[in-house]
Design a protein around this ligand. Structure first.
Ligand SMILES: CC(C)(COP(=O)(O)OP(=O)(O)OC[C@H]1O[C@@H](n2cnc3c(N)ncnc32)[C@H](O)[C@@H]1OP(=O)(O)O)[C@@H](O)C(=O)NCCC(=O)NCCS
Length: 178
């Protein structure tokens, strides 16, 4: 499966080896990495290459990641799905030059629409570190609700951080998008 999603400003496509340099540039920024659980810091080109090697085109929806591209500005970040201990998780990040322009709201809309159309999952999990109000604001727009609090290791911070656990059910998504 090689899905390509288009929105008014963005193309979402599978990540490619050529993205390694931009991924490294953007994830080498502590402002990005420190809001994520699984990104080491400092982040090196070898980390990007290793991750890209794991991105085969035949992965199921719950393991699919999209590179986010803007027409004139190129690669901007990622949005994607992975399996966690309690279910399927959506995660996302943008390089700092792209923050504050509504890009992730647009990308997450496309990714969730594709996911609920393509899989039969009845919900998607997510969450934010307690201080990540921008990400919480994005999730609130889609109807994600808090399911509890946990402690999640941030590799970049090198410690556990209080985490707001959230979920979006298929019914909540359909309520707003059918
Ligand atoms: C979180 C992140 C993806 C946001 O991307 P973005 O394209 O700037 O987000 P958007 O512009 O689509 O939406 C952000 C929303 O948060 C709001 N927001 C931003 N900063 C905020 C703050 N400090 N407090 C409350 N709301 C805030 C914005 O007003 C906007 O809402 P609006 O559209 O209603 O005005 C981006 O900052 C990022 O990649 N951060 C680092 C990685 C990360 O945090 N990933 C998510 C981990 S859970």
């Amino acid at each position: 499966m090689s899905p390509i999603l288009t929105t008014p400003r963005l193309t979402l496509r599978l990540p490619a080896n050529d993205d390694a340099e931009r991924i490294t540039l953007f994830l080498s920024d502590y402002a990005v990495a420190s809001n994520l659980a699984r990104v080491p810091f400092p982040y090196r080109m070898g980390d990007a290459r290793a991750w890209l090697r794991s991105r085969r085109p035949d992965l199921p929806p719950e393991e699919t990641n999209f590179a986010i591209e803007l027409a004139d500005e190129g690669y901007a970040g990622q949005v994607g799905f992975h399996r966690g201990d309690n279910g399927i998780i959506i995660g996302y990040w943008l390089g700092t030059p792209f923050w504050g322009r509504g890009i992730m709201t647009e990308a997450v809309t496309a990714a969730l629409g594709w996911f609920f159309n393509t899989s039969d999952a009845d919900k998607v999990l997510s969450g934010v570190f307690v201080f990540n109000l921008a990400s919480l604001a994005i999730q609130a727009k889609f109807g994600f609700t808090e399911t509890g609090r946990s402690s999640v290791l941030s590799l970049a911070r090198g410690r556990e951080v209080e985490h707001i656990d959230t979920q979006l059910t298929r019914a909540q998504w359909m309520d707003k998008h059918s």
